[in-house]
Write a protein that binds this ligand. Structure first.
Ligand code: AHG
Ligand code: MN
Ligand code: MN
Length: 337
């Protein structure tokens, strides 16, 4: 079997399909390189002094783990100098990160959740990295400082999105708007090798993912939906459902891309100030583009996630994504009130 590496795949996308420019190809290559470095750091586990808490909180008031900070630094350093970016934004940083003056600036904005599933780091369960690429608006790119405003674009405007999952194998899953493709890191050669082309999320599923400890705070449509799943054969659905919750969105979404399912982090009333837990720009948008590109659906319950007009860089949003028919059912329950 001939092996196609990520580099070859990207060159094909640029040359034959004209789906990406040389600069976007370079950007993805650089992100993939950073992902390899993060995977190495994660893979060292307790051998280095990199487990545990960093001693600070991020802008969202969440405890930062040492590896959150390490992963963030790796992505910043890798992407600063290449001349492909106008600025970066990260879940772990209050404000957009400016490209230092000594380097040239490019046309793209890179957004990332450097380490997703941080609560799983110390227990050796899969974590990951999620990223999203936008074009910097023309007026904004000539400014000395790229402000938050430049990033506030709906998810449908993403040029590329992807995630890495640091599991038993390190995998990189990518879309440039023409299907979703998975690459597996060959640790012997150091290359990402194409292992699944055009991933598809089955339209129907018998598996769901939700943190059920929040059940008493869910809104009625989600309560109704999950109650019906739990009732299984003896309820209105007339069949049994299975439940899985890793607690790392990357791992839960990866399972859904591989064998179907529905993932929900809905709005709840636990903290009325928050519209949900997951972040629109670093988690919901990139994952929604990937899921839609694989034939699935992604909704807040009331609206397609990719159509949400962001108001703040660190904004949170309810997330319901995965197998199309189930996501549409949950949206219909929201409509019914
Ligand atoms: P992060 O580690 O980047 O803050 O993200 C964690 C997210 C997501 O990965 C996961 O689906 C969810 O939080 C888990 O939340 P609970 O701990 O509430 O189950
Ligand atoms: Mn996350
Ligand atoms: Mn994170």
């Amino acid at each position: 079997m001939s092996r196609i590496t990520l580099s070859q795949f990207l060159i094909q996308q640029q040359r034959d399909g004209e789906r990406i420019s040389a600069d976007l190809r370079f950007l993805i290559e650089v992100v993939a390189r950073a992902i390899k470095a993060i995977g190495n750091a994660v893979g060292k586990g307790g051998l280095t002094n990199s487990l545990g808490e960093a001693g600070g909180e991020n802008v969202q008031g969440e405890v930062q783990k040492k590896l959150d900070v390490i992963a963030n630094d790796i992505l910043l350093e890798a992407n600063e100098w290449g001349g492909h970016l106008a600025a970066m934004a990260s879940e772990e940083m209050d404000l957009p990160h400016q490209i230092p003056h000594r380097y040239p600036k490019g046309e793209f904005l890179l957004l990332f959740d450097p380490l997703d599933g941080s609560s799983n780091i110390d227990v050796n369960i899969s974590v990951g990295t999620i990223f999203s690429v936008l074009r910097c608006p023309e007026g904004a790119s000539s400014a000395a400082e790229i402000g938050e405003q430049a990033f506030l674009q709906a998810g449908s405007r993403q040029l590329a999105a992807g995630y890495a999952v640091y599991g038993a194998a390190t995998q990189l899953v990518l879309t440039v708007g023409h299907g979703v493709h998975a690459f597996t890191l060959d640790r012997e050669t150091g290359s990402f090798v194409l292992t699944t082309e055009f991933m598809r999320v089955p339209e129907d599923t018998g598996e769901y993912a939700i943190n059920a400890s929040n059940a008493r705070w869910w809104e009625p449509p989600v309560q109704r939906y999950v109650e019906e799943l739990v009732a299984g054969k003896s309820g209105p659905r007339g069949r049994d459902f299975n439940m899985r919750w890793v607690g790392s969105m990357v791992a839960d979404v990866h399972r859904i891309l591989t064998r179907g399912g529905i993932f929900m982090y809905p709005k709840d009333t636990k903290d009325p100030a928050k519209a949900g837990k997951l972040r629109l720009m670093y988690e919901a948008n990139p994952m929604s583009l990937i899921i839609e590109q694989a034939g699935g659906a992604a909704s807040t319950g009331h609206q397609r996630i990719l159509d949400v007009q962001p108001e703040k860089l660190h904004q949170r949003v309810p997330v319901i994504l995965g197998s199309k028919n189930e996501v549409e059912r949950v949206a219909a329950y929201h409509q019914a009130g």
